[in-house]
Design a protein around this ligand. Structure first.
Ligand code: FES
Length: 159
């Protein structure tokens, strides 16, 4: 190898090394959130002792951001429904996001059903899709009770 080629090779390797030293921390800080473990902590929704039977009640909850990069927490609506099933109280907690195109559904006291205003989707009090275009029931949040205090976490399940 000629001296000239050797010097070019050394210069190129030095440049590559310096570039790697500068780029590694930047690339690492950009990509590291992807590999962080995501958790879904329980969030205290509130005391549900006064939630009446068969009367869906909306609560606002702020789940901590679990996405890789920081985005503002978006408040979510959780509908809590108490039902009397064969003498036992059944508790359901629904997302208010329509399963058709993700509009916000609300409990319509005249219809006695959840109504999606976008395309007229209807859901029963159990969250079952009973009319209009929604293809699935409303999603349910995982919840747990501590006495009369309800906790939910940002994990959705299908009915
Ligand atoms: S988005 Fe709810 S019916 Fe279409």
């Amino acid at each position: 190898m000629s001296r000239r080629r050797f010097m070019v090779l050394v210069t190129n390797l030095s440049g590559a090394g310096i570039t790697l030293l500068i780029a590694a921390p930047i690339v690492g800080s950009v990509l590291s959130p992807i590999f962080q473990r995501r958790t879904h902590p329980w969030i205290r929704l509130g005391d549900i002792a006064d939630v009446p039977l068969a009367q869906p009640t909306a609560y606002v909850v702020h789940f901590p951001v679990t996405q890789a990069w920081k985005v503002p927490a978006v408040p979510r609506i959780v509908y809590v429904v108490k039902l009397n099933v064969s003498g036992q109280t059944q508790l359901l907690s629904f997302s208010n996001v329509c399963t058709h195109m993700e509009c916000d559904v609300h409990w319509d006291t005249n219809l006695n059903e959840f109504l999606c205003p976008c395309h007229g989707g209807l859901y029963s009090i159990e969250g079952i899709n009973i009319g209009g275009p929604p293809p699935k029931p409303l999603y349910r949040y995982e919840h747990r009770l501590d006495g009369t205090i309800l906790y939910v976490r940002d994990v959705l399940t299908e009915a």
